[in-house]
Write a protein that binds this ligand. Sequence first.
Ligand SMILES: [Zn+2]
Length: 220
Amino acid sequence: MNYLIGFILLILIIAPFIASFKIEWGIYLRSTCKIDTKEKEVAITFDDGPDKENLPELLDMLEQKSVTSTFFFIGKSIRENPEMLVRTNLAGHKIGIHTYSHAPMLPFYSVKRLAYEIYLTRHLIKSVINKDVSLFRPPFGVTNPNIAYVVYRTNLKSIGWNIRSFDTISKSDDRVVSRISKRLRPGSIILLHSNIRGAAVLAGKVIDEVRSKGYKIVNI
Ligand SMILES: [Zn+2]
């Protein structure tokens, strides 16, 4: 009996922690993690840009394949590479906010500090491309009551994913592609990163695989 009570207590303690890493559960913040469609359509999204090293080639690749996506950009990277935001916007992609600092400690930030992260980034995007963006992706997919409060109060729309590619840690493109391929469903939102080495080549392979399975690539 004591074991049972201990087990229940353990679940009660760790559940909120696990929930903060499970964006698709929507416990703290409701996020769009799939497109509302029954058709064979999926969306590809890119986090952690803009950078000068990998993004230009990726944009060329997407143009070649006639794909438009959504890029969740980090404020401080926009400050360093504003011309890359201009280029991404001009290529017809959607831009979203991925906070200003993308700091590892961000999930522990106060409401005030989080609000400032959003404000700075939104303002920066507006000053560069004259667009008021409203899409938001929480860094690391972490959500909690503070992040949820700020997102609701600033009228942002949180966008998650339901296919995590693990492109930042995977040893080969083929593994990433096959992981995505196995999980493809109508309405899937795929998470990739625009700032990793070989991002363009990988994106090209993902696009070819998705299309070979009869899926159309749409934007969110
Ligand atoms: Zn990120």
